[in-house]
Design a binder for this molecule. Structure first.
Ligand code: CP
Length: 337
């Protein structure tokens, strides 16, 4: 019987030291990949990818990561399996765990991924819920470390998130304050991070030396930012709110060249994507010299490789050559009869 799996549901479940180890592993795997030397650490392993919503980056990065590591991924697209509909989440988790070595799940409700993890006997990796997006923000911190001003310590980095209190905002607020960074959320009061999130982030900051600021003053928020980050102003299911949301955010909270001009010259622009060009961010910023959005997207691939290796490789069984020969011999003997 193998040991209970560790899941990757929330960065809050991990110490700063362990997150730093994962960040280091991302770097090692990225360098190996750039040399065409990605080690086949998950040869023969399978990943079940459950999606209740569409995805470009998460789906492609996990599938390609698994292939590069020598394994295989199954895309279980929205509506394709019985999850929670004609079968309990427990039964789905138990059954899939008997067939794959790791599960990635993008679920509409955070509780669904928690229920999957509670019943799975293999690691479950959260690929985005209505609460958080931990794989995205590990990637984001890695990207910030690559693109920070030379020599600037992590504890001096200032990250400003502008716009709606999305699942990416929540996760970024948590990981930045865990890592000792200085996080600001700039949004109209109605769309600011809720108190429950702030309490967690403030406790993180008290332990790490970081800080949390929540404000409606976007000019002050970008004034000394190293990284300016935004996300969609509305998502699937919020269509009826679009006029209110547009009126609340536009034009003050749009990331455009005029706003970037108020930030330090070295400040970089980030977006988890997909973006609504011309809404929360302009083409000029997306495609401008301060944008690192495609480096950020590419790093999803290296991040997924690291997470898969970190959580799955120590659990894989490898038979000794003698045991492998014994089983092969028995089967060949059977087939020859
Ligand atoms: N950032 C992100 O998760 O993108 P996808 O929705 O395309 O996976």
């Amino acid at each position: 019987m193998s040991s209970p799996p560790r899941h990757f549901i929330d960065t809050q479940d991990f110490s700063r030291e362990e997150l730093l180890r994962i960040l280091e592993l991302i770097g090692l795997l990225k360098e190996a990949d750039k040399d065409g030397a990605c080690p086949k650490l998950l040869a023969g392993a399978s990943l079940g990818m459950i999606f209740e919503e569409p995805s470009t980056r998460t789906r492609v990065s996990f599938e390609v990561a698994m292939t590069k590591l020598g394994g295989h991924a199954l895309y279980l697209k929205p509506g394709e399996i019985h999850l929670g509909q004609r079968e309990s989440i427990r039964d789905t988790a138990e059954v899939i765990s008997r067939m794959v070595d790791v599960i990635e799940a993008r679920t509409l409700k955070h509780k669904t991924v928690l229920d999957l993890a509670a019943n799975a006997t293999v690691p479950v990796i959260n690929g985005l819920t209505d609460y958080n997006h931990p794989t995205q923000v590990v990637c984001d911190v890695f990207t910030m470390l690559e693109h920070r001003q030379a020599g600037k310590p992590m504890g001096e980095l200032k990250v400003t998130f502008i716009g709606d209190a999305t699942n990416v905002c929540s996760s970024l607020m948590m990981i930045c304050t865990q890592m000792g960074m200085h996080f600001t959320h700039a949004a109209p009061e109605r769309y600011q991070a809720p108190q429950a999130w702030r309490q967690i982030a403030q406790a993180n900051a008290a332990a790490s030396g970081g800080s949390l600021t929540v404000t409606d003053d976007v000019d002050a928020a970008v004034r000394d930012a190293d990284f300016i980050y935004t996300d969609l102003w509305w998502w699937i299911g919020q269509e009826a709110e679009i006029p209110d949301r547009r009126a609340a955010f536009m034009p003050t909270y749009q990331v455009n060249e005029a706003l970037l001009a108020k930030a330090p010259a070295h400040a970089k622009f980030m977006h988890c994507l997909p973006a609504s060009r011309g809404v929360e961010v302009t083409d000029a910023v997306m495609d401008g010299p301060r944008s690192i959005i495609y480096d950020q997207s590419e790093n999803r691939l290296h991040t997924e490789k690291a997470l898969l290796v970190y959580f799955v490789q120590p659990r894989l069984k490898t038979a000794s050559p003698e045991l492998a020969a014994y089983h092969r011999g028995r089967i060949e003997d059977f087939l020859s009869r």
